[in-house]
Design a binder for this molecule. Structure first.
Ligand SMILES: Cc1cc2nc3c(=O)[nH]c(=O)nc-3n(C[C@H](O)[C@H](O)[C@H](O)COP(=O)(O)OP(=O)(O)OC[C@H]3O[C@@H](n4cnc5c(N)ncnc54)[C@H](O)[C@@H]3O)c2cc1C
Ligand code: FES
Length: 258
């Protein structure tokens, strides 16, 4: 039986733009089993600090597994020091993946803010086989939060960017890009990941236009396996854990907190 926790060899760790890094590790079994929206729970340090593992969405799973991260605190800073040939202690893949779009979907719109872009590349890799139009609306704070996103474009994804300061793309929030898409409830399906305020705006937009959608939620985690309930969020059906019931939820079910 496949183990859920393993030590994997680092294949690469590169800075893609001033804010974001990509870590690649060699995990052939995980490449075969992981689904879009699932995450890996990584022990970032060798000692007791940081005590808890840190969750990262799987960004891509082709030859190797890739995660995409922002060095924001002690765990991700330690991760950024990993070199080719080092090892990483990884639990996963874990969590409930995105549900794939319903039959008849012709346009899939991915709406991501900042590091919320992380689960979207693996999703587009799977969806491009379904022959629907793929669109990415990406919102970043400033130029340092935008990278070329060539892998998306190479996969036929139409990419639109907004930045808070207008340094790349349209000036303003990602909601400024909503006019770029078709809004037919029968054929359009949304996927979103990013700050709660952004996902709340996407939820409101989806409700107004009658669109189906999924949200990949984030919450600070401890066990990552549904045991401690530390990552619970409110939904219309009561509390649910992000690590086990999610990260992917029906966008209309989640009660987003600010
Ligand atoms: C399911 C899931 C998937 C994730 N995927 C990614 C990913 O692909 N790439 C990535 O860079 N990050 C991702 N994250 C967030 C990442 O796990 C956290 O930012 C992590 O805590 C960073 O560890 P750190 O030790 O560097 O910083 P910490 O010291 O843990 O945190 C630094 C700062 O970020 C805040 N913070 C920590 N966790 C979160 C969170 N979940 N949401 C909002 N603020 C937070 C803290 O309050 C603190 O201010 C994901 C989180 C979840 C729950
Ligand atoms: S982190 Fe323990 S239940 Fe989710």
């Amino acid at each position: 039986m496949e183990r859920i926790q393993n030590i994997y060899k680092v294949v690469g760790n590169e800075k893609l733009c001033p804010q974001f890094w990509r870590l690649t590790f060699d995990a052939p079994q995980m490449v075969r089993s992981v689904k879009p929206g699932q995450f890996v729970h990584i022990r970032t340090g060798g000692g007791l600090e940081p005590f808890f593992r840190r969750p990262f969405s799987v960004y891509r799973a082709q030859k190797h597994v890739e995660i995409f991260y922002e060095a924001v605190g002690p765990g991700t800073q330690l991760l950024s020091q990993k070199k080719k040939g080092d090892t990483v202690d990884v639990l996963g893949p874990v969590g409930t993946p995105f549900a794939l779009p319903p039959e008849g979907t012709k346009q899939v719109v991915m709406i991501a803010g900042g590091i919320g872009i992380a689960p979207m590349l693996i999703l587009s890799d799977v969806l491009k086989k379904k022959k629907c139009e793929l669109v990415l609306l990406y919102g970043g704070r400033t130029r340092g939060h935008v990278y070329p996103m060539q892998e998306f474009k190479d996969g036929g994804v139409k990419v639109f960017v907004a930045t808070d300061d207008g340094s790349v793309g349209v000036k303003g929030r990602v909601s400024k890009l909503f006019d770029k898409i078709k809004k037919d409830p029968q054929t359009t399906c949304l996927y979103t990941c990013g700050p709660n305020a952004m996902m709340a705006a996407v939820q409101e937009f989806a409700a107004r236009c009658g669109l189906a959608g999924q949200a990949a939620c984030e919450e600070t985690m401890a066990c990552g396996l549904g045991a401690c309930l530390g990552c619970s969020i409110r939904t219309k059906h009561g509390y649910r854990t992000v690590c086990y019931d999610g990260p992917a939820f029906d966008i209309h079910e989640v009660i987003f907190h600010p």
